[in-house]
Design a protein around this ligand. Structure first.
Ligand SMILES: [Zn+2]
Length: 465
């Protein structure tokens, strides 16, 4: 029996023995083709079940559900769901005890943490049932990208835990061998490491590469710069961080394969993923109820950018209901030709804190600022930070030149400052600061733009419900 077939058999056996992942995958594979009416009915049922559980077992939600008139313990009125208070990261941080399900001890539960953009990790509780659904969603998403279970995968990934522990257990190694995975640390991306990563990819010849969007882009840039030909996988799946159009184009050009963007987080797992039509990201309806809210908390129209709010349908150990995940996005205006009736997020517009906001409330997408640095060869790395409504700091690392460090011309600097003032207001102070390097955020994802004003500003806007 060839080694790969053996590994696939072992992997399936392992999953079958461990829980419901394979059963869930079979359900998801069937449900994705349900018609719109049956899909909606199934989701309403799953949402109602969660709300009734939350009412009876979670003190934190009982009061909220009663106040909004959504649930009285026996019946659910989903027409009023939009009145239910939104859940903030601060709620999870400060009121974890009240958010635990009273039947926790009967569940196989564990703590998980997320880095958070502000650097303060948030702890939350998940259970085995959630983990099995999450694993199944990942396998389904993989199948959309053309990766079957057990097909060779390289992960260009990192996490705080990997950095802290540094060494993995034998069990982890065996697990990866069975699953046919190789892990490359996205946190150590020096020139030498990147040469090594490209060689590993070439030797292992993965069917799929799973990567942080900006890490695989960095690797693509490195391959282009050094003229290193890269192995062509069947697909690259990106996650964690916004995949801007020029990044997608560069990755596809360098690796000669399509990019599938996936959207998720530590708190709620994978929410949405592109199918092979790349018309947007299909929301995983059986596991997540997603809302996109415009100003005042009303549902955003298709094409209108708003705040993404997620209800996780599978984690009863600590229900997450109407969670302000911190990202902006817009529903697609059309339908996907693939025939799945999972709704499409047409565009992910970055973190709430990627978007800058003026005192009068005008929003400026972070991408406006990143565009200002295209084709500026004196810059190797940059970050634009909105410190206050009218103060912006541009931190930059000089590009390498044969004759030493590159220097920007006066014109380049004043041109960028002028374009920033154009959108942020003539009185906006723009400060340039040269540095040797810019560290990634605590979660390991690099942030090109960061507003210290946006979160509080948008919280104020959405409180108007
Ligand atoms: Zn589709």
């Amino acid at each position: 029996m060839p080694m790969n077939v053996l590994k696939q058999k072992l992997y399936r056996t392992q999953l079958n023995n461990q829980g419901n992942t394979m059963r869930n995958l079979a359900l998801l594979s069937r449900w994705q083709w349900l018609d719109e009416r049956r899909m909606a009915a199934m989701q309403r049922q799953r949402l109602s079940d969660l709300l009734i559980h939350a009412y009876h077992y979670v003190p934190f939600y009982r009061q909220r559900l009663e106040e909004a008139g959504v649930c009285d313990g026996f019946s659910v009125n989903l027409d009023r769901f939009g009145r239910l208070a939104l859940l903030d990261k601060a709620d999870i941080r400060d009121r974890l005890d009240e958010m635990k399900s009273a039947d926790l001890e009967e569940r196989r539960w564990y703590f998980n943490t997320s880095g958070g953009s502000t650097g303060d990790p948030v702890r939350f509780i998940q259970d085995k049932e959630y983990a099995d659904w999450t694993a199944a969603v990942k396998l389904l998403d993989d199948s959309w990208s053309g990766r079957r279970m057990g097909d060779r995968q390289i992960r260009l990934w990192g996490s705080e835990r990997d950095l802290l522990v540094g060494r993995e257990s034998l069990k982890t190694y065996v697990g990866r061998w069975v699953k046919n995975e190789i892990h490359l640390n996205a946190f150590r991306m020096t020139e030498t490491q990147m040469d090594r990563y490209l060689r590993t990819i070439d030797d292992f010849k993965p069917v799929q590469i799973l990567a942080y969007a900006d890490s695989i882009d960095q690797l693509a840039q490195h391959a282009e710069r050094t003229g290193t030909p890269a192995h062509r996988p069947r697909a690259i799946m990106t996650s964690a961080g916004t995949l801007f159009r020029p990044m997608r184009e560069r990755i596809e050009r360098t690796f000669g394969c399509p990019v599938f963007d996936r959207y998720g987080s530590r708190e709620v797992g994978d929410i949405a993923c592109e199918c092979d039509h790349h018309e947007g990201l299909h929301v995983s309806v059986p596991t997540h109820y997603v809302e996109i809210l415009g100003p005042g908390g009303r549902p955003a129209a298709p094409g209108e950018t708003g705040e993404i709010v997620v209800t996780l349908l599978t984690n009863y150990a600590m229900p997450i209901i109407r969670y302000r995940i911190g990202d902006l996005g817009a529903w697609a205006e059309g339908k996907c030709p693939c025939g799945r009736s999972y709704p499409l997020i047409g565009q992910l517009a970055g973190r709430v804190t990627d978007t800058f906001v003026t005192r009068s409330g005008t929003r400026v997408h972070g991408e406006y600022f990143t565009h200002l640095f295209y084709f500026q060869d004196w810059v190797k790395q940059f970050q634009v930070i909105q410190e206050d409504y009218a103060r912006i700091r541009v931190v930059w690392v000089p590009g390498d030149r044969a004759d030493g460090r590159a220097k920007p011309g006066e014109r380049a600097i004043s041109d960028i400052a002028g374009k920033i003032r154009l959108v942020m207001g003539g009185d906006c102070q723009v400060i340039f600061e040269e540095r040797d390097d810019i560290p990634p955020s605590p979660s390991g994802k690099f942030r090109y733009t960061l507003s210290r004003v946006a979160e509080a500003h948008f919280a104020g806007e959405n409180a108007g419900t």
